[in-house]
Design a protein around this ligand. Structure first.
Ligand code: CTP
Ligand code: MG
Length: 211
């Protein structure tokens, strides 16, 4: 078994509004990407990072694509030896080694095992400014990364037109559409995603409290 980590880090970080790409913004003393690299390296034989143009200089850095899923596809193409893949966004620097290991353990007979948190807000479906209905919260999960896949299932799910890849907000949804089964792995609440400057401050406070 060859376990390859893939970190999509090829976004521009528009909503963060930093000087450069979000994955390279300094967070608690190191580029944000490095927190995820460290957590994945503990369980992976190799980690391939999809980066924005101009950041490919280091080993195992490849150029990202126009969408997140295209970045994942480019990185996977650079890892033909992979039999199991751990996909994890650079934008979730609070991931722990334990969560990565747990997703790998839970893969079992399924095509994927993904980190997710039970939804705590009440969620309603809307149409314009009006509520259509209230969803049954007890069945809802907010999905995160890491997402662990059988490499063949992910390769064939990513073999799709650019528009379809651009519309997918995670990789597991592509595997689900292809009939794959996906296991939910409950993640700790602090595995948050850094999108805005406020998220950056919260992530920094948590990372500093861990040291
Ligand atoms: N990503 C990527 N390639 C892209 C777009 C996004 O590898 N073409 C990565 C980002 O670097 C990030 C993850 O996918 O680690 C989740 O994306 P998001 O949080 O939306 O990051 P950005 O696209 O960089 O941010 P924004 O949407 O605010 O520009
Ligand atoms: Mg984005």
């Amino acid at each position: 078994m060859s376990v390859v980590g893939i970190i999509p880090a090829g976004g521009s970080g528009e909503r963060l509004g930093a000087d450069g790409p979000k994955a390279f913004a300094v967070l608690a003393g190191r580029p944000m990407l490095e927190w995820s690299l460290e957590a994945l390296a503990a369980s992976c034989d190799r980690v391939v990072v999809a980066v924005p143009a101009g950041f490919e200089a280091a080993p195992d850095r490849i150029r990202g694509g126009a969408s997140r899923s295209e970045s994942v596809r480019n990185a996977l193409a650079a890892a033909p030896e992979a039999t199991v893949v751990v996909v994890h966004d650079a934008a979730r620097p609070l991931v722990t080694r334990e969560l990565v290991a747990r997703c790998l353990e839970e893969l079992g007979e399924d095509e994927a095992a993904i980190a997710a948190a039970p939804v705590t807000d009440t969620v309603k479906e809307g149409d314009g400014g009006r509520v259509l209905r209230t969803l049954d919260r007890s069945r809802l999960w907010a999905v995160q990364t890491p997402q662990v896949f059988r490499a063949d299932a992910l390769r064939s799910a990513l073999d799709a037109p650019a528009e379809r890849l651009a519309a997918a907000t995670d990789d597991a949804s592509l595997v689900e559409s292809a009939g794959g089964t996906v296991r939910l792995v409950e993640a700790p609440p602090e595995n948050l995603k850094v999108t805005t400057p406020l998220d950056m401050r919260i992530a920094e406070a948590i990372l500093e409290s861990r040291c």
